[in-house]
Each structure stands twice: as C-alpha cells, then as structure tokens.
Design a protein around this ligand. Structure first.
Ligand SMILES: Cc1cc2nc3c(=O)[nH]c(=O)nc-3n(C[C@H](O)[C@H](O)[C@H](O)COP(=O)(O)O)c2cc1C
Length: 289
C-alpha cells in the first residue's frame, strides 16, 4: 500500500450516504482483516465487520456525545483491557482505516464510552473487551479547502484538499532531539531523510478529540514515544492514539526497506538529561538503526 499517500488522504468523515458498500469491497476488507501486521503478536484480538443494523444499537454508547453516525458499516475491535491491549488495537485499527481509505471509503474512529453496553447491544459473547470502533461508508461530500503543509522553513506547500481539515501538531512540537523541546534538525547529515517523512506522517495521525498529546524524543539510535494524561481523554483513547501513531511512524519509515522489529511497548525510566516534563511517561521504544 502507498501508506504516505493514504495517510495524507485520510480524514475523519462523520456523515455517510445511505448507500450500501459494494460486497466486493467488503470482501477485500474481510480479507485484509486477516493480514494485519501485529504489534504484539501474543495479544488476543477479534475483529468484527458489522452492517447498517449496528448503527442504531451503537447510538448513545459510542462516539462523542453518543453519536455513532448511522453509518452503513462498522469495524469493531475486541482485545485485552490493558495498556498493551489498547496500544495493539490502535496499531491494528490504523491499518484498517488506511485500507478503507485506499478503497475510497470514508471513516471515523468512535470512542467506546460503554464497552460492556456495546457487547450487550450487539450480542457479543466474547471474553475480550471492545477496544475500538471505526464507522465507514461512502461519505457525504464536503467543501474543498486549502492546506498548508509546513515541512520546514524552506519547504512550505499549499495543497488543495478535498473536504475539511483538522489542525495538526507541528513537527517542531512533536519531535525533540536529545533534550525535550530541543528541535530536531532534519537537514543534518546524520539524519536519515526517511525519518522526517515518518515523523511528518505521524503528525497527520487521527487522535481522540484531536489532542495529539504524544511526543517523540530521539537519542542516538533510539526513539522514545512519550505521552501524558490530559483532562477529557480516557486512558483507553490515549493508548489507542499511541498505537496509531506507532503504526504511522513504523510503516512510513520502513516503506522502502524491511525492518523486522517495530516498537517495544512499555515504559522505561526517563533519563534526567532528557529534561522531560514530569507529566510525560515513556509509552514505547523504537530502535532506529
Ligand atoms: C481513539 C480515537 C477516538 C476517536 N473518537 C471519536 C469519536 O468518538 N467521535 C468522532 O467524531 N471522532 C472521533 N475520533 C476522530 C478524531 O476526532 C479525529 O481523528 C481528529 O479530530 C482529527 O481529525 P482527522 O481524523 O480528520 O485528521 C477519534 C479518533 C481516535 C484516534
């Protein structure tokens, strides 16, 4: 898949046409559900593809203010109710959302407000918990707008974008080098140009309430993903955000070469020389080379 292009193309769409998604496309989605790259292979996961009938049942128990959008289809992920479980779910769901984007379908993540109620409403008897949900279908058209992509001071582009655009975190804020808040000079010789592409793709990731609270810190050949608790974002959504951004980074970085290992999930001690604000903790570690 052309991950970078799909990442740029993707945006959350919250209104769908009352039109069935072609069975051939749904078959491709079902097939892809079996081909996802796992982040933590030992994590148990179930993925369900649901039809229109799920919409009214999900109303009130998923989505901001209980809005489930009455979409033609939903993908529901079930997994383990743990930090690793949600990060893993985010990693898988990111792949599914981009596959749907490739199939020219529109999508939106839905926060799970009442996981047990979702299982009851949909008659799901699995021992796993509902970790995340994506609505999808043919979206209603939105007005086109311009997006300014600021990659660096010397690389500012104006692109015509279909539909709305959600503001995204700036690269200088997202990525630090050696010391928290110290911006990273991607023009430096030591920098692999693929890193910049991978960080830029990460900056475009979807995030609950559009709060991209995570930060990257590069130290030599190691990359750390940091995150923090903020008001209004549940622990589950925050870990999903982390899993999504982990996938975006890894898939774009490895677009042109094979790297068997991805992120190692789990916290490590913050080094004092990083000068990381107290509220941040390490969520995952990545060996860059
Ligand atoms: C874990 C997660 C949960 C989300 N929950 C909802 C939701 O319940 N309702 C909704 O309308 N959008 C939801 N979103 C979509 C975000 O609001 C959206 O990604 C963000 O505003 C950025 O916009 P974009 O996806 O168009 O780039 C969620 C996204 C993520 C990653």
């Amino acid at each position: 898949m052309k991950w970078r292009e799909l990442i740029k193309e993707r945006s959350s769409i919250r209104s769908y046409k009352d039109k069935k998604v072609d069975e051939k496309l749904l078959e491709q989605v079902r097939q892809y559900m079996k081909e996802l790259s796992p982040l933590i292979p030992e994590q148990k996961t179930e993925i369900l593809l649901l039809g229109k009938e799920a919409g009214p049942r999900l109303e009130g128990i998923v989505g901001y203010m209980g809005n489930a959008f009455f979409a033609p289809n939903y993908i529901l992920l079930l997994g383990e109710d743990s930090e690793e479980g949600y990060i893993h779910a985010g990693y898988l769901a990111a792949q599914l959302e981009l596959k749907l984007t490739e199939l020219k379908l529109n999508t939106c993540f839905l926060s799970i407000n009442e996981a047990k109620a979702v299982k009851t409403a949909l008659n799901i008897s699995s021992p796993l918990t509902v970790t995340t949900c994506i609505s999808f279908g043919h979206g209603n058209p939105e007005k086109d707008s311009n997006r300014i992509d600021i990659k660096s001071r010397s690389d500012v582009r104006m692109e015509k974008i279909k539909g709305h655009i959600a503001p995204k975190i700036a690269m200088v804020e997202l990525v630090s080098q050696s010391v928290f808040g110290q911006s990273c000079d991607f023009a430096e010789d030591a920098m692999d140009p693929n890193w910049e592409k991978a960080f830029y793709a990460s900056s475009l990731a979807p995030a609950a309430l559009n709060r991209q609270t995570y930060r990257f810190l590069i130290e030599d050949n190691m990359l750390y993903l940091l995150d923090r608790e903020v008001k209004h974002i549940t622990r589950e959504d925050r870990y999903l955000n982390d899993g999504i951004v982990m996938f975006y980074f890894h898939t774009v970085l490895t677009a042109h070469f094979h790297k068997p290992d991805s992120w190692t999930v789990g916290t490590v001690e913050k080094k004092p020389e990083w000068k990381v604000p107290e509220e941040y903790f390490v969520v995952g570690t990545y060996r860059l080379f």
